[in-house]
Design a protein around this ligand. Sequence first.
Ligand code: ZN
Length: 102
Amino acid sequence: MVYKPSEKEEEYFVRQMFEQKQKVEQEKQKQLAEAERKKAKELHFMKCPKCGMNLLEIDYKSIKVDRCSSCEGVWLDNGELAQVVKLEKGALDKLFSVFSKD
Ligand SMILES: [Zn+2]
């Protein structure tokens, strides 16, 4: 006698096959998203968010301030604004003098 799966069994196998394929596809999509993120980072890392030119890192009192080489915008990493705010007036003035033109 040849075993013939019931309709319910067949349905189960089809669904299982779909879920397996779906898993493979979702893994591909995940890798694609990671690749996109990596590409975006490579493209934008240390580039000015306003004009797209290179940012230059200035290390001042262990605060790494990024300044645009073109539009001279100043960018801070996460947590650095809090560090800047905590600077004493004298240190803050010095930080700004680093950025002033003369
Ligand atoms: Zn800029």
